[in-house]
Structure formats: structure tokens, C-alpha cells
Ligand binder design. Structure first.
Ligand SMILES: [Zn+2]
Length: 679
């Protein structure tokens, strides 16, 4: 459920701190102004007005599902990580050192000759283990083992803070990932989804043929796996139904859970994941596990073996030979996201190495690539936004003093983790070899799994980070009542050589990053957790109803946006992010009003400080995305697409109307009483 709390964020860059370049430069044209498509009326489509010229000049590369600010920043980070990988590889490093692990991991990933020679041999032990299943206990043990190596068949199990007792760890059983990206893909009957289903079955067929089956057998196996997944999908909750933390919290004695699943050998499973005898477990979706039991009765062991083999190949394909990789790429990247060709191998391997060994890479990144003073600058902006949030809580016209006091207490105790962690995770137990790429992937996944499981029964470490400093993103974690903003959020492309003006810093880093994450502490989910990170209702009943009426307006506003032909936004599923976007930009603007730039009112690049603030906000979401990827995002992501992250919040801000002279009749116009303000 971690990913639900991780919210996508923004920006980046490095300039102001990167040391003075002695070389004299002719002043570059203003970056913000250079993106503006002045042929478009800002009130019709501010997203396109602010970014249109950049989109026209920068088509989406064949290897990408989108182009824009995030890609520009990710490219910069990839270059840094690549240098770290290359210098580690050539370092002749001592066995067990960070350099040896990074270097050998990267080496095996780049060794395409060996990868193609190995083919499925790289995972033959794992495939054999599945074929050797001969009892219901073996099945549970095999599933457990697959979970430890990074494959996720059937269900999601993890150790994390108990929602109700944030000082303790609990074991969660959660509905499983399916082969298609969301349960709705198994049932929706529009032509886009029908085509995706047909392509998915085609992918299943190809995998079973790769495993040595003839056409008829492969087809029968595909059908059986697809039917099994359809049953699981039927009992899986929709994206929006997973939002309510109360409804997805069902704590019970482990014995009761075992009795719910008489056909699953829960003890064998727990032993297999190295977890001994938890007294209680938290079940996210009991109906899913009831169905799982029914399916265990309905399907033969051979069907289960096919299901597990497919999911193993699916999870490992990106690290295997070209043919296995391309089958996976064709479905998950081309069909689902419109990508034409894979990224260069070095880029894929850099991103995988960073994903798996980012804790080691981050230590080098912080000392060699992160501009000095990043942490302090980020913290300064973050504190200005926090103060603003406090001011706004105090002056809210719809909330009683009793609830305000609790809200302020929650804000005051909110932890700000900024830049990079004070201490790094100990990865000395992880062994990386210069042998087979897929084996290194499995080793790294096993380390990660053991790290998580080992938390059980131990005190909660509230200093832990769930992102690396070089991860361009940020998150709010309600169990710790904390926001986490990695260092690379300092990057703002286009401003590498000069300090970005406050309009940009307060809009992107202030509003879209800090303001957004702080507001998550008070969105439809965050508002259900108290200052200690425990699920509890701290609202008066009346305030709670008023808050719900406001969030309902947000849901309706976004439900009314049509994204692509007949596809509309899911206002319920995206409400937390939309509430955070709106709160963030309002807070960023209030803090910006206190800066000298705002008070002096000088234009830069032909735009006033107010106008620059809103142009910079659109820059934060300058993302041009392929229609296939857009459709997938709408059905699977709790974040609204970039265009709506701009026009949605801005159409609620009277200051924006004033800055760009938005009038009744403009597409973005909302009458004053329809403009939503929550925080
Ligand atoms: Zn978010």
C-alpha cells in the first residue's frame, strides 16, 4: 500500500548552488517565456498555453511514453548514476565493497552476450522448483519463495506499521497484482480494453510457447491462467475502494485467517517467507481471500504451476534474453503505453541498478552530485510553506476551533525529512557477483524482502526513508506523519546556470512539492490519521461533514474532465492527489506573496511575478504523453494526468483569473461560488 502514499512530484535542478562558472555567458532567453504558445488563449487551456511551444519543438522519442520536464530531469539523474556505475565497474574494488556491488551488478546487466546465451537457464532453478510442486503445502512454499525473489503471484504480503498502532509492525495480507494492470481490464467492454485483453492472451500464449509447449497446449494453458485471474479480479476491489483505510483494515487472529483459507497452507507460506507465528494479521480485503480459497479447490496443481511459471517469467523478462524481453516489452510497453522501441540498454540497466542498489548509489550521489546547500535551501522553502499552512488553518471559515486545534497539532508534529537520510541502510548481507544478471536481480530482491520481514517484532525506526536522494519524487507517510523530499527535487531544468527566481522556486518546490505533500496529511486519507500516525477520527462530526462536502466538489469537478474520446477522469480515485494539488498551489502562492520578487512586481521575460508563478506551475507538469499511456494512467493511477493537474487547481484560484484575465466564457472559467477552497 506504500505506493498509494507515494505521490508523484516534481522538479529539480541544481543551479544556484553549483559553483560559479568563471566563464562569462550571454544571458539566455527566459526559460518560462520560451515555452509559451501565445496563439492559445490562457483561459481556454493554460496547460497548452504555458507549454505548447516546448511540446512542438520536442516530440516524444520512440523509446518513451512521454516527454517533458520529468524526462529531462530523469535524463540528468541517469547520467549521474551512469557515471557512478561506470567508475565503480572499473575500480577493481574489494569484494563486498559498495563499488564492487554496483560495478558487478551493472557489468552483468550490460553483458548482453551472456544474457542472450543463458536464455531461460538464468532462472532454470526457479522454474524447476515450480515444476516440482506435488502437494498443497509445496504450492504455498513455492509461492512464498517467489515472493522473496521479486515475483508477486496471487497476493501481496508485507510487514509495515500497524495503521492503528503506529509504534508496532504488523503483517498485512493484501489483494494480489494481476497480469493486466487493474481488475477493470478483465471486465470493461470498450474496444480499447477488448484489444488489450486480446493482446494479453497473445502474450500469455507466447510465454507458454517459450516454455516449450506446442500451439494447442500453450493456448489451453493461457486460457486457464486467464480464467483464474478473472476470478481473482472479480473479488478484487476497485482503485477507489482501496482508498478508505478503515475499510481496508481487518485485523484478526492468525488462527482465524488460517481457518478462512483451509485449502492454503498458511504455515508453510509463513515459514517460506521467514516469518514465524504472528499472533494477528491484517487482512485488506477478506472477500479476495475467500475467493482464493475457492480457486484452490477449483484448479488443479498443474494449473497453478502454469500460473506461477507465467508470473515468474513476467517479472523476470526485463532481465532476460532479447526474445523473452521483447515479448514482455511488446505488451507492457507498446500495447499499454504506445512505446515503439526499447530504451538503450545502458539506460535500462542504469535505472534497474539504481532501483535495486539506490541506497549505495545515493551515498555517492549525495557527496559528488548533489549541490552543496541543497538540504538547507529545500528546508527553507519547506518551512515557509509549513508556516503558511498553519496560517490558513487558523483562518479557515468552515472549521470549528476544536478541529483546528487538532489540525494544528498534527501540522506541528509533522516530520520533514529533506535531502537524504541521516543514516544509510546496512546492505552488507547482500552479495552481488559478476556472473548472471538475473541472479543478481534475485539476490537484491531477496535482500530487500529480508530487510522488510526482519522488521517484524522490532521497534519502528521512524528515521527510515522509502526513497533515495536521487529519486525525483516525494511522499507523505501517514503512519509517521512525515513528508519526505529527496535532494534531487532541487533540480529545475533550464536554470542550471542561474538561480531560478522565487516565482519558480515557490511554485514548483514550494507549491507542487512541499505544499502538495503537506496537504496529503489532510486529504481524504491523511485526514483519517492523527498526529501520532494512528488511524483515528479527530474531527468533530460537523466539521467532518463539511470537509466531505468540499471533497465531493473536487470529485465532481474531476469526474467531468474527459481525457480521451469517451474516457473520463476517475474523480473518486484521484481525489487525494487533486486535494493535495489544490492545497499545494494555494500555499505556494501565499508564501510567494511574502517574497521581494512579488512585492517589487518587476516583469521578467515579459511576465509579472504572478504570471510567472502560474507559468512555473504549468512547467512542473510539462508532460506530453502518448494516448495509450494516458488511457492506462487513467485506469490505474491515483494521480490525474498532467494537463488536469494544471487546469484543475488553477481553475479554482481567483489569483490565477486575475493574473491572466480569465473571463466568463473561457473553457477554464468557474463561477466564484464553484471555485473550491479546502485548505
Ligand atoms: Zn501526491
Amino acid at each position: 500500500m506504500k505506493q498509494n502514499f507515494f505521490s508523484m512530484l516534481m522538479i529539480a535542478f541544481a543551479a544556484f548552488i553549483i559553483s560559479c562558472q568563471p566563464k562569462k555567458e550571454t544571458p539566455a532567453p527566459d526559460e518560462l517565456a520560451s515555452h509559451v504558445d501565445s496563439g492559445i488563449n490562457p483561459g481556454e487551456d493554460f496547460f497548452q498555453f504555458a507549454n505548447g511551444k516546448w511540446f512542438n519543438k520536442n516530440p516524444i522519442p520512440a523509446s518513451e511514453s512521454y516527454n517533458g520536464l520529468w524526462k529531462t530531469i530523469q535524463d540528468t539523474i541517469n547520467e549521474s548514476v551512469k557515471q557512478i556505475c561506470l567508475s565503480s565497474m572499473s575500480a577493481n574494488a574489494e569484494k563486498g565493497s559498495h563499488k564492487q556491488k554496483i560495478g558487478d551488478f551493472y557489468f552483468t546487466g550490460m553483458d548482453s552476450v551472456s544474457i542472450n546465451k543463458e536464455k531461460l537457464n538464468a532462472i532454470s532453478d526457479e522454474l524447476k522448483n515450480i515444476q516440482n510442486i506435488s502437494s498443497i503445502s509445496d504450492l504455498a512454499s513455492a509461492i512464498a519463495h517467489l515472493h522473496t525473489i521479486g515475483s508477486r503471484p496471487l497476493m501481496n504480503v508485507y510487514v509495515s506499521q500497524d495503521y492503528m498502532l503506529s509504534d508496532k509492525h504488523a503483517v498485512f495480507f493484501w489483494q494480489g497484482d494481476l497480469g493486466l494492470p487493474d481488475r477493470d481490464y478483465y471486465f470493461d467492454n470498450d474496444s480499447r480494453t477488448q484489444n488489450i485483453r486480446a493482446e494479453y492472451i497473445n502474450y500469455l500464449n507466447n510465454v507458454f510457447k517459450t516454455l516449450g509447449n506446442d500451439e494447442t497446449t500453450a493456448s489451453a494453458k493461457s486460457k486457464s491462467v486467464f480464467e483464474l485471474e478473472t476470478s481473482l479480479a472479480k473479488s478484487s476491489r476497485k482503485l477507489e475502494a482501496l482508498r478508505d483505510p478503515f475499510a481496508n483494515y481487518n485485523k484478526m487472529d492468525a488462527a482465524r485467517f488460517k481457518a478462512m483459507l483451509p485449502l492454503f497452507d498458511t504455515d508453510a507460506y509463513l515459514t517460506g517467507i521467514n516469518l514465524t507465528n504472528p499472533d494477528t494479521v491484517i487482512i485488506g480485503q477478506p472477500e479476495f481471500f475467500a475467493t482464493l480459497n475457492t480457486e484452490l479447490k477449483k484448479n488443479s496443481l498443474d494449473s497453478w504451476k502454469d500460473y506461477l511459471s507465467f508470473h515468474l517469467i513476467k517479472s523476470m523478462a526485463p532481465f532476460l534474453d532479447d526474445s523473452t524481453f521483447m515479448q514482455h516489452f511488446r505488451f507492457y510497453s507498446t500495447v499499454l503505453r504506445g512505446v515503439e522501441v526499447p530504451r538503450d540498454r545502458w539506460k535500462r540497466v542504469v535505472m534497474t541498478t539504481d532501483n535495486m542498489l539506490g541506497e549505495l548509489i545515493g551515498q555517492v550521489y549525495v557527496s559528488e552530485y548533489l549541490p552543496k546547500g541543497t538540504k538547507e535551501k529545500l528546508m527553507e522553502i519547506g518551512m515557509a510553506i509549513k508556516d503558511e499552512f498553519a496560517n490558513r488553518i487558523k483562518t479557515l471559515d468552515w472549521m470549528s476551533n476544536a478541529t483546528k486545534e487538532k489540525a494544528l497539532a498534527k501540522l506541528n508534529t509533522m516530520i520533514f525529512k529533506v535531502g537524504y537520510p541521516d543514516k544509510w541502510k546496512d546492505m552488507s548481507a547482500l552479495s552481488i557477483e559478476r556472473d548472471v544478471y538475473a541472479k543478481n536481480i534475485i539476490r537484491a530482491n531477496q535482500w530487500e524482502w529480508n530487510y522488510m520481514i526482519n522488521k517484524f517484532g522490532k521497534p519502528v525506526d521512524r528515521t527510515e526513508w522509502h526513497m533515495y536522494p536521487q529519486t525525483y519524487n516525494a511522499y507523505y507517510n501517514p503512519s509517521n506523519n512525515e513528508i519526505v523530499v529527496p535532494g534531487c527535487n532541487i533540480i529545475v531544468p533550464g536554470y542550471e546556470r542561474k538561480l531560478a527566481d522565487d516565482a519558480i522556486l515557490y511554485s514548483i518546490i514550494g507549491g507542487s512539492t512541499f505544499g502538495h505533500e503537506i496537504t496529503h496529511g489532510f486529504d481524504d486519507q491523511g485526514s483519517k490519521f492523527d498526529d501520532r500516525g494512528n488511524l483515528s477520527n479527530w474531527w468533530t462530526e460537523e466539521d467532518s461533514l463539511k470537509f466531505f462536502a468540499k471533497t465531493k466538489m473536487i470529485v465532481e469537478q474531476y469526474n467531468n474532465y474527459t481525457v480521451l474520446d469517451s474516457l473520463s477522469l476517475n474523480g473518486d480515485a484521484t481525489q487525494g492527489e487533486n486535494i493535495a494539488d489544490l492545497g499545494g498551489i494555494m500555499m505556494g502562492y501565499e508564501a510567494f506573496k511574502k517574497t521581494n520578487q512579488f512585492k517589487e512586481g518587476k516583469t521578467i521575460g515579459g511576465y509579472t511575478p504572478q504570471q510567472r508563478f502560474f507559468l512555473a506551475y504549468a512547467l512542473a507538469w510539462m508532460i506530453n504523453i502518448r494516448p495509450e499511456a494516458l488511457a492506462t494512467q487513467v485506469k490505474t493511477d491515483v494521480h490525474s494526468p498532467a494537463r488536469f493537474r494544471v487546469i484543475g487547481p488553477l481553475s479554482n484560484m481567483t489569483e490565477f483569473y486575475e493574473a491572466f484575465n480569465i473571463k466568463e466564457g473561457d473553457a477554464m472559467y468557474r463561477s466564484p461560488e464553484m471555485r473550491i477552497k479546502i485548505w
